[in-house]
Design a binder for this molecule. Sequence first.
Ligand code: AMP
Ligand code: ZN
Length: 113
Amino acid sequence: MNCLFCRIASGELPAKLVHEDDYLVAFHDINPQAPVHVLIVPRRHIATLNEVSADDDELVGAMLRRAAVIARNLGIAERGYRTVFNCNREAGQTVFHLHLHVLGGRPMHWPPG
Ligand code: AMP
Ligand code: ZN
């Protein structure tokens, strides 16, 4: 298994976890782009958003709802935060295992660039 996030999800590689359950792990990004920068990752390997199917609706819903819980727990829910799926090269995806970024703790710009 040479996928970085599969290795983190299985516990083979360390990460600063903020949540884990049967389907998801969430951990602090190693190179944070905001005071809060957490990644929410399904344990099952899915390369990009393009590979998500209708069978995954519950999983993706759980990722988004988990983002809101983590934002609340880390104190940024009311101020505001951003959730991002980067899909493929032009969006800046560098790890090809689906992940949801949760960013907050500073004002976010729009358009995101
Ligand atoms: P993306 O560019 O959307 O594919 O996001 C990948 C993210 O993974 C980047 O924000 C990286 O900083 C982050 N990242 C890479 N390696 C690790 C790691 N070992 N632990 C935590 N986050 C990581
Ligand atoms: Zn993977």
